[in-house]
Design a protein around this ligand. Structure first.
Ligand code: DAH
Length: 366
């Protein structure tokens, strides 16, 4: 804007004493407005620009009204008034169209910002897979659910009573030796990390009358020195069936059904005598080697058989702890190492691989 503001003087002071001169003065202001509008007006200074020209207090139009129109001599008043009205409506309508122009430009810019480019490649979010332990659990549960077992879970922090005593493992019993136990210091009444899922046999029978048919998946803990096949934690699935008429045949049939489902229809089963305080008789369940089919190979150490899990008929002594009638009831139980089963089935030789969360390892089991 020009440095000198003509509207701060009267027309007389500006030397405009004829109608032509008046028209000329208004034309100058209008020309300046038009030039400023093009050169200066922008979204940043818009309100200042508007105030400068049409602001009620000290805008150009107000000043022209005050300094040109009001003091105009009588004979010039009509022409000044007329020119003033013309200038006023010109400025006001030009400001209005400029305002609309600025607004719609802003709208366009916002719309352009919000536009989605459908041709951009998407963000790849790799889909994970279920961990091999989870997959193995699902497979084991599927098999047992299909023959009428239901799933229960129990605490990982146990009492010696449930972990040992009620399973017919009294203190100083040698069976406690091969289950080196994590005891929890200072816990009231003595607590420990369960060394197996068998305590859930007791907890279930305490709460429930026969028939009982349960499987118990869960983590167990032992003070083992870590090596290729041992850690401080591993996974088990426990099984228990108790009813009035369960025989050794039911036990054997169930075990054989399981082995065929888990390893394939050609798999054979073998029961070897064993010992567990809570089963009598006890057995180790072996399956014919799934790699060589029984002819002998590195995996089965050339025996043709693979050791799968421990099992047996529930020792009547256990029923005494849960107030079941040992005369009328019978049943079988089993306890499997899930990590072991997974390693055996998928030919994994290093247990730690299952827990290191290296995706290169985990991705091999989609
Ligand atoms: N609890 C045993 C262990 O962890 C496994 C076991 C063996 C469970 C025989 C059973 C069973 O229920 O009948 O070594």
């Amino acid at each position: 804007m020009a440095a000198i503001d003509p509207a701060s003087k009267t027309l007389a002071q500006l030397g405009a004493a004829t109608p032509e001169a008046v028209v000329q003065k208004f034309a100058e202001v209008r020309a300046r407005f038009d030039a400023d509008l093009v050169a200066d007006a922008n979204p940043q200074n818009w309100s200042a620009f508007v105030a400068n020209w049409s602001g009620r207090k000290s805008g150009m139009l107000t000043k022209i009204g005050d300094n040109w129109l009001k003091p105009a001599p009588k004979e010039l008043k009509p022409i000044v008034g007329q020119e003033f009205q013309k200038l006023k409506s010109h400025i006001e309508s030009a400001l209005e169209s400029k305002r609309q122009e600025i607004e719609s430009a802003a709208d366009h810019a916002a719309a352009a910002r919000d536009q989605i480019d459908l041709s951009l490649p998407g963000v790849e979010r790799p889909i994970g897979t279920q961990h091999l332990i989870r997959q193995t659990y699902d497979e084991l549960l599927r098999i047992f659910l299909s023959i009428g077992f239901s799933v229960v879970e129990g605490p990982e922090i146990e009492t010696p009573y449930y972990n040992f005593e009620a399973l017919n493992i009294p203190e100083h019993h040698p069976a406690r030796d091969n289950m080196d136990t994590f005891y929890i210091e200072g816990a009231r009444g003595g607590h420990l990390l369960r060394t197996h899922t068998s305590p859930m046999q007791i907890r279930t029978m305490e709460k429930q009358q026969p028939p009982v048919r349960i499987v118990v998946p869960g983590k167990v803990y032992r003070r083992d020195n870590p090596d290729a096949t041992h850690g401080y934690m591993f996974h088990q699935i426990e099984g228990l069936a108790v009813d009035t008429d369960i025989t050794f045949c039911d036990f054997k049939g169930t075990v054989e059904y399981f082995v065929r489902e888990f390893l394939g229809p050609q798999a054979k089963t073998r029961l070897r005598p064993s010992y567990f305080p809570f089963t009598e008789p006890s057995a180790e369940v072996d399956a014919s080697c799934h790699v060589c089919g029984g002819s002998g190979c590195r995996i089965c150490k050339f025996s043709g058989w693979i050791e799968l899990f421990g099992a047996g008929m529930v020792n009547p002594a256990v029923y005494g702890f849960v107030k079941y009638d040992a005369e009328k009831l019978s049943g079988f139980a089993f306890g499997m190492g899930v990590d072991r089963l997974a390693m055996m089935k998928y030919g994994i030789t290093e247990l730690p691989l299952l827990f290191q969360n290296d995706v290169r390892f985990l991705r091999q089991f989609p």
